[in-house]
Design a protein around this ligand. Sequence first.
Ligand code: ZN
Length: 336
Amino acid sequence: MDEATARAFLKALGSMPQGSRTAGDGRTHVLARCPLAPWRHEKAIDSKPSFSIAICEGKEAVASCFSCGFRGGLLPLLMSMETLHEHHPAKDWQFAAARQIACNEEEAAPPVLDPDADITPPKVGLAYPEEMRLAMDPAWHEDEVHPYLALRGVSAQTARLWDLRYDAKRMRIVTPIRDFGGTLMGLHGRAVHASNSLRWLAYEHPAQKGATNRHILLGEHKFTPHLPVLVVESVFDLLACFPIWPNVVSPTAATFPTSMMARFDGVQRVVTLFDNDKAGSAARKTFSKHLGNTCQHLMLPEGVKDAGEAKIQELENLLLTAIPAVKSLALLDEYS
Ligand SMILES: [Zn+2]
């Protein structure tokens, strides 16, 4: 990313750039008022600019704020803002323009695992009230599923086993996220209408502004550590693989903070099935680095965008190459 693009990104988020400086590490820091200030700063403003976007040729741009402690890529920054905005609208930003820039950046320089990018320890381990989930109706009824789920090929059985819900107010299919112990740790919502530019929403904790449990994997309450654990990128990748191999988890985002990688401690074998793009290959590197040879990577056939779009037979054949026990009905029964 160059300086002009970083400036355009900041402007789209309503933050006028305040100059730049080049640090000893060769990165240029574009300084600005923190765009998260309306929610994360004490007086809702960042009067002495404490925010910067660090740019460097060939490396992903990193946003950080000395005041509120945010540190991460442009897409995570934007996602935080969009989530906060959804709950506490502050003003109108050009989210679409900012998203375009952030997505280009992710394509050009996929995120690398950066231990410092693990955002805010206080967010760890905050349980969500079950009432929040129960306020949404199940997204299935008997043999039928919500039309959006039908469109994505999700069966009523799968919808029931994952307790998929429909948030009528926000028009989202919502997946509850539970930790190893079964405690509700988050709700992840997919917009059902293409017109909603914020496709995914991590519901914030009702009692703590802006808080989500980013380190919890979707599916960890169901998984069995002594069997191969399949890791996929998105909720719909998970729902597609689940009927074939139910020991599957998803980080629900393309980034893997160190605290999330720690969730795999004690897992004997990990098989990944990430997208054939730069973000996917960065994810594969992260997993290999952390899990060494307990980790095996599967590649989707050429032209298949993600596991959620693959044909079921394609997926089954692919998973069989790494997990011979695929389609063990005894195992599926265990999950029913
Ligand atoms: Zn800040």
